[in-house]
Design a protein around this ligand. Structure first.
Ligand code: CTP
Ligand SMILES: C[C@](O)(CO)[C@H](O)COP(=O)(O)O
Length: 258
């Protein structure tokens, strides 16, 4: 589809790419992180449900561990909505599974390669943020639809942040070189939302390793805007995060009944 005939972000359907191919080294030994259970359900399934809960999202592309695409596809089919829907669909949300790569960046690119032409808005969401509320997903989509080429959910910081000269050996003291003004800093979450053309160009252009997709779009000189993030959209990275995730799910079961 040419750029001229592609629908504008305000009209276009929305797809989500969920990179889920990481090992979860910081979480400790075990299955790939996205397949580990939270309250008995794989983290990835929580993440897919969170995105599929948005009325905007009609396709989810899951980027599976490189040798785990068939297992992930079966898992998604097994967790289809009650009542049963055809393989590859959860009611109004379709899903595709593709194998991932060596880095998060490569996995996202492989997900983008599988994106059908009609999708003009793309969310990129870590499987490792399984509890993001639907309100956050919707706020990101709406900001892209309003014309921002890239949108990140973000929270103010509680800790003061120091820039250091990284130590040569782990555990050595590290000289502090600067203290950025905390009030101007934000901790950035996912889903990050993009005009598809901007994100694809960023992945074609930026070759150095970066830690999120929005910074690649920044490097193109395009505007990235932040909308309010949510404390429950935290990333499950280390063992203590699992404790917090289980506590959030227990509270949701009590207050929301699920
Ligand atoms: N080669 C990779 C590496 C990461 N990811 C995904 O990117 C998201 C954020 O990455 P992170 O939390 O760092 O996950 P891991 O790479 O699994 O964690 P670790 O760095 O502790 O190994 C996760 O959903 C992870 O599955 C991916 O799809 N492909
Ligand atoms: C994309 C991200 O979640 C934004 O905070 C984060 O940068 C991912 O980092 P990771 O080291 O790959 O978990």
């Amino acid at each position: 589809m040419s750029d001229e005939s592609r629908p504008t972000p305000a009209q276009t359907p929305v797809a989500a790419v969920i990179p889920a191919a990481g090992r979860g080294v910081r979480l400790g030994p075990g299955a790939p992180k996205a397949l580990r259970a939270l309250s008995g359900t794989p983290m990835l399934i929580h993440a897919v449900r969170a995105l599929a809960a948005s009325r905007h999202v009609s396709l989810v592309i899951v980027v599976a561990p490189p040798d785990g695409a068939a297992e992930v596809k079966s898992l998604l089919d097994a967790h289809a909505l009650p009542g049963g829907t055809p393989s590859g669909s959860w009611g109004r949300t379709d899903f595709l599974v593709v194998p991932g790569g060596e880095s998060r960046q490569e996995s996202v690119r492989l997900g983008l390669d599988a994106l059908p032409p009609q999708y003009g808005v793309v969310l990129v969401h870590d499987a490792a943020r399984p509890l993001v509320p639907v309100e956050t997903v919707d706020a990101v989509v709406e900001a892209v639809r309003d014309g921002a080429p890239a949108v990140v959910p973000a929270l103010p910081l509680a800790d003061t942040v120091k820039e250091v000269e990284p130590a040569a050996a782990a555990g050595d003291p590290e000289p502090v070189v600067a203290t950025p003004e905390r009030a101007r800093l934000r901790a950035v979450q996912t889903p990050q939302g993009f005009d598809r053309a901007a994100l694809v160009r960023a992945h074609e252009t930026v070759t150095e390793n970066v830690t999120d997709d929005a910074s690649m779009v920044e490097q193109l000189g395009l505007t990235v805007v932040a909308v309010p993030g949510h404390e429950e959209a935290f990333k499950v990275t280390r063992p203590l995060d699992l404790v917090l995730a289980e506590a959030v799910l227990a509270r949701r079961r009590l207050t929301d009944g699920f």
